[in-house]
Design a protein around this ligand. Structure first.
Ligand SMILES: [Mg+2]
Ligand SMILES: [Zn+2]
Length: 229
């Protein structure tokens, strides 16, 4: 393909398309954090999860609290379960191929944790500096999640891995910012994005806020829509 720039449908200016794609429940069929916690089932996790969904506590606080319920001695089992349990959503490799062909930048912006995000994405050849997620520390008694990509001064949401902070590095006058996501970690980014592809709770949130969005089941739906616009 000769053309490096893509016309956006909304204006006459040429903007470069950039995708910010969630991981848990988006690239993977299920939410890996929820699956891990549910599998090991430490007492008290459900109340914490419900507070995160209900936005009573921040995502960072909630995820940190849930993993602190698990002893670091379980590292091997937790990591192994996180990796082997995940299933990739249909069409993901095709979306990556389409992005290459159409010169769309592709970033993974994940509220997940590096010990499962990196190994699961390994076969897809995404450069590591295009993957943003949280870290982990197994050196104490309990598992401690670490947060190398916190909110900048523009975000007061205490995201943990702050998607809007990453998105702001790609100015709106130069980029058509496209967000793909499913849940509570995508709410703030969806408000900032030019285009939102949503499923699940993110769809409900977009309806509630009156944000335009395209619902998707798998990545083929997204490729189809990207080709149209
Ligand atoms: Mg998600
Ligand atoms: Zn934030």
């Amino acid at each position: 393909m000769g053309s490096k720039r893509i016309m956006t449908s909304s204006s006459n200016t040429t903007k470069k398309r950039i995708i910010f794609c969630d991981f848990d429940g988006t690239i993977t069929v299920n939410d890996n954090i929820v699956a891990i916690i549910r599998h090991f089932n430490p007492p008290g996790w459900e109340a914490i999860a419900n507070k995160v969904i209900g936005q009573e506590i921040s995502i960072r606080d909630g995820v940190g609290q849930m993993f602190r319920l698990l002893p670091s001695l379980m590292q091997k089992e937790v990591v192994e379960f996180g990796i082997t349990n995940a299933k990739i959503r249909e069409g993901f490799a095709d979306l990556l191929a389409y992005c290459k062909e159409a010169d769309i930048e592709f970033y993974v912006t994940s509220g997940g944790i590096e010990f499962f995000v990196y190994p699961i994405l390994e076969p897809f050849g995404i450069p590591q500096d295009h993957i943003y997620c949280n870290g982990s520390d197994f050196s104490g008694e309990q598992i401690e999640i670490t947060w190398p990509h916190p909110c900048d001064g523009h975000c007061t949401n205490d995201c943990g891995m702050c998607k809007t902070t990453i998105m702001r590095r790609f100015p709106a006058n130069e980029y058509e910012r496209i967000l793909i996501g499913d849940s509570v970690t995508d709410f703030e980014g969806a408000k900032l994005a030019d285009t939102v592809f949503s499923r699940s709770i993110l769809t409900e949130k977009c309806r509630e806020l009156g944000l335009p969005h395209f619902e998707f089941q798998d990545f083929h739906d997204i490729i189809k829509q990207l080709k149209l616009a």
